[in-house]
Design a binder for this molecule. Structure first.
Ligand code: MG
Length: 337
């Protein structure tokens, strides 16, 4: 097969700074990859790295792609290091698309979780999201003082529409004691799950997370714990009883982990890695192809970019498969020329 590969690097200003557990972002950097085969079929992929999650950096990815050159052999593609999994993901996606081999949608539409701001600002933000039709909400905790945040929980719950569910995401910020205090409070409240209460790098994190999951009724979700090759298999092997938050952009070959999760009948929530429309299209295809129980998507991130041509589907309460199919990767690629 004669393959032609090219890539373009981007540094896109965000509409508004994004506060993550690892700092504030004002610009998203990454790479788009374009593959074209001998028949003229074209496919696109995105390298949306999250180095704070332990992925390669954009510079490393650019270096790998530069070395691959315009006409890499299959052996050269296979030799891209495992630790460059975002790069592997982009290549895998672009080649699969080139070969007309993209995951089939199993659902016509999926609901989306509304992203709520951290801290007291949540109380002012929730009404507009509820009005817009959202029924699943996600609140970032572990940002301010835990006692202050805990004091806001009931005020927030009181503002949610009937039947709504709330997800809490601590991004690994809590100590064991703090996590226990929160989970005691959550026990009799409509909390869908608490995401990453303990950092994966905390001492004894795996045992601590399994212990908390066994001691409290509110389900726990793993996100930062699932970023290395084989993490999903390891947690399945450990009998993780909670939710798996899957960012397809961080998986070299998402179908491998997703097949393992499906076999185990695991609870899966698909989530964004702050991609452009190119990565969004690929990640959402995996979300729509999921054959297990559908859960609200963690893709309420767009509009994200100052230049809206790079945005994935707007943060509406639902995403439709036909809208994902319409996302235009080539247009975003052309903007970067
Ligand atoms: Mg998370």
């Amino acid at each position: 097969m004669s393959l032609r590969l090219s890539f373009r690097r981007y540094a896109l200003p965000l509409r508004a700074p994004v506060r993550t557990a690892h700092g504030v972002w004002t610009t998203r950097e990454g790479l788009l990859v374009r593959a074209e085969d001998e028949t003229g079929a074209v496919g696109f992929g995105e390298v949306a790295t999250l180095p704070d999650f332990g992925t390669e950096t954009v510079a490393e990815a650019a270096d790998v792609l530069t070395k691959l050159g315009a006409q890499p052999t299959q052996a050269e593609l296979d030799a891209v290091p495992e630790r460059c999994r975002c790069t592997r993901h982009a290549l895998h996606t672009a080649l699969a698309e080139c070969g007309g081999n993209t995951p089939e949608a199993a659902a016509a539409h999926l609901s989306v979780a509304a992203l709520l701001p951290a801290g007291r600002a949540v109380l002012a933000a929730v009404a507009a999201k509820a009005e817009a039709g959202f029924r699943v909400f996600k609140w970032k905790v572990g940002v301010g003082d835990p006692a202050d945040e805990l004091g806001l929980l009931d005020d927030l719950l009181a503002q949610l529409p009937g039947g709504a569910r709330l997800r809490l995401d601590a991004n690994g910020a809590w100590e064991r004691r703090t996590a226990e205090r929160w989970l005691e409070r959550c026990a009799e409240r409509p909390i869908e799950f608490v995401e990453q209460p303990i950092s994966p790098t905390a001492r004894g994190a795996a045992d601590l997370l399994l212990g908390l999951a066994g001691d409290f009724p509110t389900p726990l979700a793993l996100d930062e714990s699932l970023v290395h090759e084989g993490d999903v298999a390891r947690w399945l092997g450990a009998g993780w009883p909670g939710v798996f938050v899957i960012k397809p952009s961080l998986l070299a070959e998402p179908e491998v982990a997703l097949a393992q999760l499906h076999r185990a009948k695991a609870a899966v929530v698909f989530s964004s890695a702050l991609e452009t429309v190119v990565g969004a299209r690929a990640a959402l295809r995996w979300a729509f192809a999921w054959q297990g129980e559908p859960r609200a998507l963690g893709f309420g991130v767009w509009p994200l970019f100052a230049d809206g041509r790079f945005d994935g589907p707007a943060a509406l309460p639902f995403v439709h498969a036909i809208d994902v199919a319409k996302l235009n990767a080539e247009a975003a690629w052309n903007v970067l020329s």
